[in-house]
Design a protein around this ligand. Structure first.
Ligand code: FDP
Length: 333
């Protein structure tokens, strides 16, 4: 049998490209030492598999429900929030490439290894109010290259970097299937988890977000405290018979709009004048992924990736999705 026949076999069909192989095949694109990014992505993928297992078992082994604590942003922490935070931080600390991890679930940054070259910002379990009701949730991550010298203490300048400085970013969606979607700045690729093999396989190469769409995702229950401009935009969506879809899990809403075309908006509200979502843990990563797939992300005025953060847990209004929709919605501001 020659290699062409092996590849074309109908008896043992190819299983596709595993994440590890994809990372290895594409690591030349990465401008820094290739093995480091591969290791980081591998660490994140491994932790996500463990979290996936625990998310799937949550109803069975007392992992559902509130932990009884709040995070820095004032949100009620769920047990799985805390667990996922430990899983990801531990995996990144053990991998050796990260110098610091900042997490939505941790008040201050966690310095893990002064010899690491990368800073990771992570929302370990986003949409966690959906855990107890078996609705999709996600993990969101950003990877930055540190600015200070390797070996020195990590400084604020390493952490508070603009989103445009991300070297990689992505999310894991724990949904009807589990997917890992990420970019290193050369397009956005999606991988679906095969639980039998314990591997992610390339299922959505070079994802493209439709330039236009007809789905809008926003918590319209808060409409009384939206600006007139946002209310006007929503009226236009209705006049055009657009479809309203709001899961209330950012990753799931974002992912659907990525595939089908749509906009997700979490605007400023009376309760949250700067919006609810966190710039460093949620918006930057999804903005990078969206842009690499042809989408746009703004805070209503500015490109998300150009905002210089001033604090770890900073919030921002967030408009993300199909380019034409985000331009129209942002123009109304
Ligand atoms: P959650 O509070 O459940 O973690 O970022 C947090 C987030 O969920 C997003 O995933 C979600 O889109 C949004 O908040 C939902 O907020 P509202 O309940 O205010 O709509």
């Amino acid at each position: 049998m020659n290699s062409r026949q092996v590849e074309a076999s109908k008896i043992a069909q190819p299983i596709g490209t595993a994440l590890d192989r994809f990372i290895k095949n594409n690591q030349d694109q990465f401008q820094y030492a290739s093995g480091e990014l591969s290791q980081l992505l591998r660490d994140i993928a491994l932790a996500s598999k463990v979290v996936n297992r625990e998310v799937n078992k949550a109803g069975l082994i007392d992992l559902a429900g509130a932990q009884g604590t709040s995070n820095m942003a004032g949100d009620q922490q769920q047990k799985l929030d805390v667990l996922a935070n430990i899983r990801f931080t531990r995996a990144l600390a053990k991998g050796g490439e990260a110098c610091a991890v900042i997490s939505e679930e941790t008040d201050a940054r966690v310095d893990v290894n002064n010899y690491g070259k990368y800073v990771i910002a992570i929302d370990p379990l986003d949409g966690s109010s959906n855990i107890d009701v078996n609705v999709s949730i996600g993990t969101i991550f950003s990877i930055y290259r540190r600015k200070t010298k390797v070996g020195s203490d990590v400084g604020d300048e390493d952490i508070l970097q603009k989103g445009s400085k991300q070297v990689a970013a992505g999310y894991v969606l724990y949904g009807s299937s589990t997917m890992l979607v990420y970019t290193t700045g050369f397009g956005t690729n999606g991988f679906t988890y095969d639980s039998g093999l314990g591997e992610y396989f390339l299922s959505h190469p070079q994802m493209k977000m439709p330039t236009d769409g007809s789905i809008y995702s926003i918590n319209e229950g808060l409409a009384h405290s939206f600006s007139d401009d946002i209310r006007h935009y929503l009226e236009n969506c209705k006049k055009r018979n657009y479809t309203a879809r709001y899961i209330g899990s950012l990753v799931a809403d974002f992912h659907r709009n990525m595939l089908k075309g749509g906009i997700y908006i979490y605007p400023a509200t009376a309760k949250s004048p700067n919006g609810k979502l966190r710039l460093m843990y949620e918006c930057n990563a999804l903005a990078f992924v969206a842009e690499q797939a042809g989408g746009i992300a703004t805070d209503g005025k500015r490109r998300i990736l150009e905002i210089t953060p001033t604090s770890l847990h900073e919030r921002t209004p967030f408009y993300v999705g199909s380019a034409n929709m985000v331009v129209e919605a942002s123009k109304t501001q």
